[in-house]
Write a protein that binds this ligand. Structure first.
Ligand code: CUV
Ligand code: SF4
Length: 656
């Protein structure tokens, strides 16, 4: 068994891990240990189960077997497996985006229906009626997105515009023509568009019509499965080119739609102060943890928890009130928009339950360990699953329906409140630590902060006060001490005057260690140039841009800078990193960063080393094809140095 200091640098995780061990509760770290030694073929990516002549595996030392039963070699197998990972990641993000678009459409259609039934027309046309389960909270953003998409806004009601935007988004999922996605065309600068258009030709595969421009979000994902079916695509180059295309359908399609339409429905984040870490759980309150990814659910839970009747019920049952906190990306969604505290990142989901103070963990989709149910059995905690596409054996199922969102959200909160008397007071131990930070740096909030343009940031980069920008993303992975690489890489980059922007579990990690406080600029972890810039503008040296789908905010920001400088994104002194990557979604994000022109570091070695040609394409050849490639380096100090070197190289090429 691991010592508590080996699992995490976070003292709350250390404390809860110790407690779990004392109580004999198995957690992610024990399960990882029981998996040792992990399969070498799997780690290298050289096993294939794509047909029933297999499973096949290739000898990584060069001996026999060199080919699978069908004749596929190591590179084909590795490339196919990677493409399937990208497709699964893109599917998760994009299905989330589809869900948001459908929610916007449902709300607009309900408004129309209510209107016909004779309910107040003005409110319904503005989509501001409380009879609607979802409203348009950010009318400005709705208009801005509509305008980008080339939708005529003059003389239309909010309801009509919402419906049209939702329809364009939904069309991007299923369209069958060869054109690029409408959202991509609306958001991407022409120089980078041209890179996508020519990428396949540069790679020697001119038969890719329109290069790596994605045509339909769903289509590219389906084609990934088709290409990797036995006996179809075998050239690692074409397989990986399609991987780039599929990931771009995620970036400039599915994820972008998720972010933009969520802003329309729930409001665009603005800078706000909030708190992070397990210390946000409250001893004398009903604690509800919202965990997963889709704010379509968590927004409603936050609202329902403010219902006076439910608060009264909580008080009648001996609690002071109801405390909703977040976990993982849905936590970041409500953190960014409402300042709801976030209890932790991926490796703290079990730890939150081990406090014994959680009445309910309400989950939707993605990154939710089925083990939460087992840990919850040791306490009074109820795991409530809500998504029709994610069911957890042993959990309570209260499936969500957007049309009855308020009613169901209240039922969920009530279930949590009624569970409060079952809490055993002697078995509660909540770690004290929590940290404050500023969040809510949407592109709109950043622009507003800099007085309406990115000029101040661009000037600081040109002057060299700031050397460049790094986008830090992604998960925790128990193979790495929790948050260790996130924080080391962040500090090493900030020391070198690199401004950080970030999302996902990286952002929650950064917040827990105070990096989102403006005062952090005074620490020795921040270089003099970045310090001066942060102080001048009253910002922290790192900006929280939201959840995983909000990685598109970083792309939109990079795109704006590229437009101002009239260069493709790949010319910018910008890098990406997923220091503790874990999910297939992170693979898709890394791939679309690279495809969009942002060289990206991975701190976990992806399962590709068994295919030498694949490794060469990913780490070298892609520079000639899209202007960026992958850096793989587990050591955080070396990684930061390599990322910095890349930024300096880009500066030199730009002549700054
Ligand atoms: Ni979507 S994808 S572990 S919650 S960032 Fe966190 Fe973020 Fe990775 Fe999952
Ligand atoms: Fe083996 Fe080829 Fe079938 Fe894969 S597709 S399992 S390599 S025979």
């Amino acid at each position: 068994m691991k010592k508590y200091k080996e699992v995490s640098i976070d003292s709350t995780t250390q404390q809860m891990y110790e407690r779990a061990r004392e109580m004999g509760i198995e957690t992610v770290w024990e399960r990882l240990e029981k998996q040792q030694p992990q399969c070498g073929y799997g780690l290298l990516g050289v096993c294939c189960r794509n047909c029933m002549m297999g499973p096949c595996r290739i000898n990584p030392f060069g001996g026999e077997p060199r080919r699978g039963v069908c004749g596929a070699d190591a590179d084909t197998i590795v490339a196919r497996n990677l493409l399937r990972m990208i497709a699964a990641g893109a599917a998760a993000h994009s299905d989330h985006g589809r869900h948001v678009a459908l929610t916007l459409l449902i709300a607009a259609e309900m408004a129309e229906k209510f209107k016909k039934e004779g309910k107040p027309v003005l409110e319904l046309d503005n989509m501001a009626s409380s009879t609607l389960p979802y409203q348009v909270r950010d009318v400005e953003k709705l208009k801005a997105v509509a305008e980008r998409l080339g939708i005529e806004t003059e003389g239309k009601t909010i309801r009509e515009l919402a419906k049209e935007v939702a329809e364009v988004a939904l069309h991007d999922f299923g369209k069958q023509d060869e054109e690029a996605l409408a959202f991509l065309k609306a958001y991407l600068n022409p120089k980078t568009y041209e890179v996508f258009e020519k990428a396949a030709e540069k790679a020697g595969m001119p038969w890719f019509e329109n290069g790596i421009l994605p045509r339909g979000i769903d289509r590219e994902i389906v084609e990934s499965l088709h290409r990797t079916h036995i006996g179809t695509d075998h050239d690692p180059v074409s397989i990986l080119l399609h991987g780039l295309k599929t990931s771009l359908g995620d970036a400039w399609g599915g994820s972008l739609i998720a972010t933009e339409l969520q802003d329309i429905l729930f409001g665009t984040p603005q800078v706000i102060k909030a708190e992070a870490n397990l210390g946000v759980l409250k001893e004398d309150y009903v604690n509800i943890v919202v965990h997963g990814h889709e704010p379509v659910l968590s927004e409603k839970i936050v609202e329902a928890a403010q219902d006076p009747e439910l608060i009264e019920l909580a008080q009648k049952l001996g609690a002071k009130g109801i405390n909703v906190v977040g976990m993982c990306c849905t936590g970041l969604e409500v953190l960014m928009r409402h300042g709801i505290p976030i209890a932790g990142n991926f490796l703290q989901q079990e730890m939150a339950i081990v406090t014994g103070a959680v009445e309910a963990m309400v989950v939707d989709v993605q990154c939710i360990m089925p083990a939460t149910v087992d840990v919850a059995r040791c306490f009074h905690t109820k795991i409530i699953d809500t998504s029709p596409l994610a069911t957890f054996p042993g959990a309570i199922h209260i499936k969500f329906d957007e049309r009855r969102a308020d009613e169901i959200a209240k039922e969920i909160v009530k279930t949590a409140v009624e569970n409060f008397p079952n809490r055993s007071k002697q078995r509660v131990e909540i770690p004290k630590e929590k940290m404050a930070g500023y969040v809510g740096f949407s592109v709109e909030a950043i622009l507003k902060h800099f007085g309406g343009s990115l000029k101040p940031l661009e000037e600081a980069i040109v002057e060299g006060k700031i050397k460049g920008v790094a986008g830090l993303v992604g998960c925790n992975n128990p193979k790495i001490k929790q948050d260790h690489n996130h924080i080391k890489i962040a500090n090493e980059l900030m020391k070198r005057d690199v401004l950080l922007i970030g999302t996902g579990c990286w952002a929650t990690a950064a917040m827990k260690y105070g990096i989102f406080l403006p005062e952090y600029a005074d620490t020795e972890n921040v270089g003099p140039g970045l310090r001066e810039f942060a102080k001048e503008w009253g910002i922290p040296p790192a900006l929280n841009m939201g959840s995983c789908v909000d990685c598109t905010r970083m792309l939109v920001l990079a795109d704006l800078i590229a437009r101002d400088l009239n260069v493709p994104i790949s010319a910018l002194p910008v890098v990406g990193s997923a220091p503790e990557a874990m999910t297939e979604k992170a693979v898709s994000i890394g791939t679309y960063f690279v495809a969009s022109g942002i060289t990206t570091h991975l701190g976990i070695i992806p399962p590709v080393l068994g295919g030498p040609k694949v490794v060469k394409i990913l780490t070298q050849d892609l520079y000639d094809i899209v202007g960026a490639a992958f850096i793989v380096e587990p050591d955080p100090y070396k990684a930061a140095k390599l990322m910095y070197d890349h930024i300096m190289k880009k500066r030199k090429e730009l002549g700054i």
